[in-house]
Design a protein. Structure first.
Length: 254
């Protein structure tokens, strides 16, 4: 079983992992808009290992660092950001000592977030240090932490933004984006997913299971899962964009 923990990147994921990693049971406890300090100082991690979130997880997907980095206008050094991410990972390990940790980072966004944010104006400024920080955290404990660099997973790079087709706003992924994220070979191998062939561009843009959060997440739907990129889809809705990372604490693989 896998449980995602962390920011909105985790909350927006819903139960998408269960679809693109066959054989995995997923419980999502992520909370949008959170930073590492929220998880370290608060009680949101108390759901990890609880019956409400499926019991003791085999894996915990931690999506954290995006909000922390943007709060400093992308001025944190790699070591400073790694320290914040590491503090949450350590807390997760206390709650689930037998679970392995999955760090995927983020797909390169579709844009800087709809507003000027200091040094957060380019793909490189948003991605390079944050990915390096996660790599640093994982390298300190390779036996229990797996890091998969997802910079290029949604067809973006350090020099170019990702296509809008995979996003609900400049930052957060829709179902097609999560399909691209989860379909990375390194993730499929790490989690032991059953083999399947999927063309993510043909998948629905609406993400399933967003309303099934087992923690304190409040998201019930994804109104812009299809509308942001202009995708014509029967499940498309209209809604305001939310250009912020949310904390994810909830892919619990049991």
């Amino acid at each position: 079983m896998e449980e995602p923990e962390g920011d909105s990147y985790g909350e927006y994921a819903g139960k998408s992992l269960a679809k693109y990693c066959k054989g995995v049971s997923v419980h999502n406890a992520a909370i949008g808009g959170t930073t590492a300090s929220h998880w370290v100082s608060g009680d949101s991690l108390d759901v990890v290992g609880s019956s409400k979130c499926g019991g003791a997880p085999d894996w915990v997907w931690v999506t954290i660092g995006g909000n922390d980095y943007r709060e400093t206008d992308c001025s944190d050094s790699t070591s400073q950001l790694a320290g914040k991410i590491s503090s949450m990972v350590s807390k997760v390990k206390q709650k689930a000592p037998r679970a392995k940790i999955l760090l995927t980072g983020y797909c390169t966004p579709a844009g800087p977030g709809g507003r000027r944010l200091g040094d957060c104006e380019t793909p490189s400024s948003l991605m390079a240090d944050s990915m390096a920080a996660m790599r640093q955290v994982a390298s300190a404990d390779p036996a229990s932490i797996t890091f998969v660099d997802s910079t290029a997973a949604c067809n973006g790079s350090l020099t170019s933004w990702s296509p809008k087709a995979y996003f609900v706003d400049p930052i957060h992924l829709n179902n097609r984006g999560y399909c691209k994220l989860w379909s990375q070979t390194a993730i499929q191998t790490a989690l032991g997913c059953d083999a399947q062939v999927i063309n993510c561009d043909n998948e629905p843009c609406e993400t399933e299971g967003i309303d099934g959060n087992c923690g304190d997440g409040e998201m019930k739907s994804c109104p812009s899962c299809c509308s942001y990129s202009g995708i014509t889809d029967a499940t498309a809705g209209l809604g305001m964009l939310t250009p912020f990372f949310s904390a994810l604490l909830s892919l619990v693989l049991l």
